[in-house]
Write a protein that binds this ligand. Structure first.
Ligand SMILES: *[C@@H]1O[C@H](CO)[C@@H](O)[C@H](O)[C@H]1NC(C)=O
Ligand SMILES: *[C@@H]1O[C@H](CO)[C@@H](O)[C@H](O)[C@H]1NC(C)=O
Length: 402
């Protein structure tokens, strides 16, 4: 979601580590080996958005320990915070970093300077795998920042060229993240099409992404659709719970959840612009708030735990969408922490899987007393009150899967 804004897309993120561990326990409760192996491979497809619009977050070193304890090995940042990148050196965690300064980045010299100062020094100790240039820049629907929209692709190209010049393009991709507002049509999925007013930007961008082998990233929140129309949108359908599904007469696939329908709508839209098979769609944000304002129907702990937990199970199973069954769904859950300084609706501040003190927002089902990480036992971070220790405890081996 747009980090500050909020039209239709301001949602934040949600909970997932719980889910991860729930998933693990499910797997281990069943037939371990084969499914565990599958889950291990699929674990690569799960990541977390590490947003920092808050004044009470733990030091990145403590966050590194938390993620390590959960075996989460993919993190997306909304900047390229050197203190985070430094804290994760040697951990093997993969990072997606971001830069929204499009006007500067579209200048080749400044793009090069940024890569030289903010990406290159951290490699290879910290594994930076992607730079996201701009977030939801094309979502403006009439109110968009035209200068930013026009700078978007040139900025992506300049950053890519800077990576090429540094010899880093083989390991660091370049992309941008889109809200689903770039679609004029998303239902049924086979009717997916980009908005007329963004096609002029999207078409050359798809050519670029195909050429450099980068994915098309979307921020997708079925929560918004449910909140907007709770009377007509089926809750089980958006929460990945058992439901009859919805048949798409355009391709005869039956969708049993909204997120997959949204992903396939993007594939359909790309196919209309001649990119049916050469650019992958990945989910740079999705999630569900554990709390919202009174009129935010659907926000709450139960639904957040269901959404994120069920999603994690599917990711761990390596599942693809009906249109791309062989391409495992790839998601970054929003978000790691509740972020107290986010403006807007209450939900905005409650997408986190964790409270700032490291306590899970929902019960992960791992309070078995096994060794657990605790901020309290880590070196105190200056300026961060270390309140309660993390209570998430989990069998380490199980959580390796996630
Ligand atoms: C853009 O670059 C200028 C000069 O290089 C710098 O002063 C400015 O802070 C940059 N803008 C942003 C938003 O970082
Ligand atoms: C969907 O199924 C119907 C009925 O079997 C068939 O007539 C139609 O051609 C199919 N459409 C597609 C796109 O496969």
């Amino acid at each position: 979601m747009k980090r500050v804004c909020s039209r239709f897309f301001c949602f934040s993120s949600a909970s997932s580590s719980l889910l991860l561990c729930l998933l693990v326990s499910l797997l281990s409760a069943n037939d371990g080996v084969v499914r565990a192996a599958t889950a291990t491979a699929a674990a690569q497809k799960f990541g977390i958005n590490y947003g920092q619009i808050a004044n009470n977050l733990p030091h990145p070193t403590q966050v590194s320990a938390l993620l390590n304890s959960l075996n989460v090995n993919r993190v997306k940042l909304y900047d390229a915070d050197p203190s985070v990148l430094t804290a994760f050196a040697g951990t093997g965690v993969e990072f997606i970093v971001s830069n929204e300064d499009l006007l500067n980045l579209s200048d080749a010299r400044k793009a090069s300077a940024w890569v030289t100062q903010h990406v290159q020094p951290f490699l290879p100790a910290t594994r930076i795998t992607c730079v996201i240039v701009g977030n939801e820049v094309l979502s403006g629907a009439g109110t968009g920042d035209t200068a930013a929209m026009q700078s978007l692709l040139p900025a992506m190209e300049a950053v890519h060229q800077a990576l090429v010049d540094s010899g880093l393009d083989g390991q660091v991709h370049v992309s941008t993240s889109h809200s689903l507002n770039v679609l004029a049509s998303s239902y049924p999925p086979s009717s997916g099409a980009f908005r007329e007013d963004v096609v002029e930007y999207i078409r050359p961008m798809l050519d670029f992404l195909a050429q450099v082998g980068s994915p098309f990233l979307i921020n997708a929140y079925p929560f918004f659709a449910y909140k907007a129309s709770p009377g007509t949108v089926s809750l089980p359908y958006v929460l990945f719970e058992p439901n009859p599904g919805v048949r798409d007469p355009g391709n005869n696939f039956t969708y049993d959840n909204m997120l997959y329908a949204q992903i396939d709508a993007v594939y359909a839209a790309m196919a209309r612009l001649g990119h049916a098979d050469d650019v992958a769609v990945r989910v740079s944000e999705t999630g569900w708030p554990s709390k919202g304002d009174e009129d935010e129907v659907g926000a709450g702990v139960r639904n957040a735990a269901a959404y994120n937990g069920n999603l994690m199970k599917r990711v761990a199973a390596g599942q693809g969408t009906p249109l791309r069954p062989d391409v495992p769904v790839d998601v970054f859950v929003f978000a790691l922490f509740n972020e107290d300084l986010k403006p807007g609706l209450a939900s905005e501040r409650n997408y986190g899987l964790f409270y700032p003190n490291g306590t899970p927002v929902y019960d992960l089902g791992f309070d078995d007393g096994a060794s657990s990480p605790s901020f309290g036992s880590l070196p105190a971070a200056s300026g961060f009150p270390s309140s309660k220790p993390i209570t998430v405890t989990h069998p380490p081996v199980l959580c390796v899967l996630l």
